[in-house]
Ligand binder design. Structure first.
Ligand code: ADP
Ligand code: MG
Length: 703
């Protein structure tokens, strides 16, 4: 590691121990290198000088050259202010100060040429600039570093109140670059820099802080962003190569009896084009001799379960066992029922294992698994936590991956030695492509981008609580038509007690508005015993109850095609992807389905955007994009648990998609030439990866 760049920041002239501590606490900057990598968040163009007569409406920051002709104190304390008339040859403008008045009054010289910089505002029909930056022209020309595109740096309130402003940081960067420019070790191989026509690291860092001109700035930023993405992709893809070397996959060459019979006799509908395409991709993997690691993305209701089932039949046809893991007990149960029903006429043994399975059941099941008498095991994550041993597990399907931590996925791999089962991971909610590429960069990705035919788009409407009676009337009509209804209440762990009150108050008012025996209402929440949950679900599936009052336990996966209305209470308390998941519980049959969002009058700006998005679109990918914009990628549902395992300091997953794709392509090319980065040329990359690896929370577990 380079020792100059690792110098403690407090040794930089102008920093010292106190500022050093503040830089560390507020920005995490502890070394020279950290400060170099504390990038500006915006730039202002200081190449252009305006003349006063050119100023129009409300411009952003502008720069003017001229003289102060009068200086005057106006008003009385505490509303006192200092105003100046500032002139150039084209006209005049007012400058105003509310703070630091004394000092300014003493130091500003009349009749001397100044360069001022600030944001003009229109007030009482006249332009003025509040608290401009001012510098005598003669001095402005002498400053050591050029004002071209002036960088502005992220700071905190605490820093500002201690005079560590963006401007001061700018000066510190200058000090630092004086010391280290030319000595920053290159981080990309020369050949790569050449073919990509990138500036060297010294040029790039200099220009990102002190741009020579717009073009140099653009090139510098591109290189730095590219490099950030490139290292992540390179790490992921190298890991994939390494895994492929070390770990072989079972080969499933045959499409046999089970698959063919199911296809001919049991398939209740024609597969969609997208389902067929994904099956082809999976079949190719299963025949390749490499272990499959595939992520299947598909919007809610796109028919991922069928893809899972067909893939599992291929495993069985080749003499292997398969298992399916679901995030909740309800969902595991439901999958178990679906599989048992759809495979009933075939010679296949299917069993269920969850946290609440009885010991006696467990024991027989373990034995049957070991002996190979059991073909398909369906369960919750208890499946991998348990001591289950398969005779020959060939395929693992993980449904609704969001709910599984990355650690759990990794544990699967630890379970096997030598040859690993194939793995198919299915996501609950689409995640934006860029995020998928980074989070799951070492998985191959398949997308089902088509819904089964005949589905009518769900109609989503928003009502304020005051319209409740109108909504109830609508629900009655739906029940009269034979449809079923979900009513969902928020449940957030921090305030569980309160939430249960919501749920039970809700349940009471619903049973009052929809009294027995005409209406039968079920209730379902996470704190119920597994048998009670199963019973409530079963009544609803069979249509014995018409209304299901529930918490978000029904959010994921649940499939009751006759349910056509999803009513969500206190919608402002739900996240977007959660709302989309909930809405996905309806619209599964041929009937017109509805999603009703209920809220109070007081809504935050974000809640309004979420509601607007839900009522505007049914497209899960679009919703995922909005969600990522609202929350930032690190906070996306599902990723909190698995954790976005890296920090991006200049690149942006939302706006730099093109750069990310470019970086991934180049990473692939580099690894095609040199799969494990063993060449002399690529040594530098291996070093960089090692450094990154230390920075990244837990690289080895991204997989
Ligand atoms: P998800 O992708 O959300 O897991 P499911 O697998 O639960 O979706 O499928 C949703 C519903 O669509 C199920 O009732 C399933 O039987 C049905 N389905 C799946 N594929 C098709 C198809 N090709 N044609 C018609 N219905 C289908
Ligand atoms: Mg599903």
């Amino acid at each position: 590691m380079d020792s100059l760049l690792q110098t403690d920041i407090k040794f930089l002239p102008g920093v010292g121990p106190r500022r050093g501590e503040m830089l560390l606490n507020e920005l995490g900057v502890s070394t020279f290198e950290d400060l170099l990598r504390h990038y500006p968040y915006k730039y202002t163009d200081r190449t252009k000088f305006y003349s006063i007569s050119e100023i129009q409406a409300e411009e952003s920051f502008i720069q003017i050259r001229g003289k102060v002709v009068t200086l005057e104190m106006v008003g009385k304390r505490p509303k006192q202010r200092l105003t100046a008339r500032f002139e150039d040859s084209s006209g005049s403008i007012e400058l105003i100060w509310f703070q630091g008045i004394k000092w300014i009054q003493q130091s500003v010289k009349l009749g001397v040429e100044y360069v001022i910089f600030g944001k003009p505002a229109l007030y009482n029909g006249k332009y003025s600039i509040m608290h401009p930056e001012m510098e005598e022209s003669s001095k402005a020309e002498q400053v050591a570093y050029p004002y071209t595109y002036q960088a502005a740096y992220p700071t905190t309130e605490k820093m500002k109140s201690n005079f560590l402003t963006s401007r001061v940081i700018h000066k510190l960067e200058y000090q630092l670059l004086q010391k280290v420019y030319g000595k920053i070790p290159e981080t990309l191989p020369a050949g790569l820099l050449n073919t990509l026509k990138f500036p060297g690291i010294n040029e790039a860092i200099l220009n990102v802080h002190f741009p020579k001109d717009q073009d140099s700035l653009k090139r510098a930023r591109y290189r730095l962003k590219f490099e950030e993405f490139f290292m992540i992709q390179l790490g992921l893809l190298r890991q994939k190569n390494w895994k492929n070397r070390k770990i072989k996959g079972f080969v499933f060459p045959r499409i046999g009896n089970l698959f063919n019979r199911f296809y001919a006799e049991n398939l209740p509908f024609e597969m969609t084009g997208a389902q067929k395409r994904v099956m082809r991709e999976i079949r190719k993997d299963l025949g390749s001799g490499l272990q499959m690691n595939r992520l299947l993305q598909g919007d809610v209701g796109s028919g991922k379960t069928l893809v899972a089932m067909l893939s599992m039949l291929i495993a069985l046809d080749n003499g292997f066992q398969a298992c399916l893991m679901a995030p909740t007990e309800i969902l595991a149960q439901q999958h178990y029922q679906t599989f048992s029903r759809m495979l009933a006429n075939l010679p296949i043994q299917v069993k269920l294992l969850t946290g609440s399975s009885k010991n006696s059941h467990r024991e027989t099941l373990h034995e049957e698994l070991r002996e190979g008498e059991l073909d398909i095991l369906i369960g919750t994550h208890a499946l991998i936590e348990d001591t289950v041993q398969f005779k020959n597990l060939g395929l693992v399907v993980i449904d609704e991956q969001h709910r599984f931590g990355v650690a759990q996925r990794a544990r699967l791999w630890e379970k096997a030695d030598g040859i690993l089962p194939h793995i198919l991971v299915m996501t609950a909610t689409p995640i934006p492509r860029t995020l998928a590429m980074t989070l799951y960069g070492d998985l191959d990705i398949s997308v089902i981008d088509e819904l089964p035919p005949g589905r009518k788009p769900i109609r989503t409407v928003h009502y304020y609580d005051s319209k409740r009676l109108v909504v109830y009337e609508f629900l009655r009509k739906q029940v009269a038509l034979g449809r079923q209804i979900y009513i969902v209440y928020p449940l957030i762990q921090e305030s569980e007690k309160l939430d249960f009150k919501n749920l039970y108050d809700g349940y009471e008012s619903i049973t009052r508005a929809f009294p027995a025996p005409e209406y039968a209402v079920s209730v379902l929440h996470g704190q119920m015993k597994p048998e009670e949950k199963a019973k409530a679900m079963d009544y609803f599936v069979k249509g014995i109850t018409k209304i299901m009052v529930a918490t978000t336990v029904i959010e994921v996966g649940v499939d009751v095609p006759n349910a056509s209305v999803m009513m969500i209470e206190s919608v402002e308390r739900f996240g977007l992807s959660q709302l989309h998941q909930l809405r996905g519980r309806v619209g599964r049959g041929a009937d017109q389905s509805f999603c009703i969002l209920m809220s109070g009058f007081k809504l935050s700006k974000e809640a309004k955007i979420r509601i607007e998005t839900m009522t505007r679109t049914n497209d899960g990918f679009e919703i995922a994009e909005v969600d990522m914009k609202l929350r930032g990628p690190g906070d996306l549902e599902g990723t909190q648990q698995s954790g976005v395992p890296f920090n991006l300091s200049i690149a942006n997953l939302l706006t730099d998609t093109k750069i990310l794709e470019h970086a991934r392509r180049v990473a692939q090319e580099v690894l095609e030439q040199d799969p494990l980065l063993e060449s002399e040329e690529n040594k530098i990359l291996v070093q960089q990866l090692a450094i990154k690896k230390r920075e990244i929370k837990d690289w080895s577990r991204i997989s």
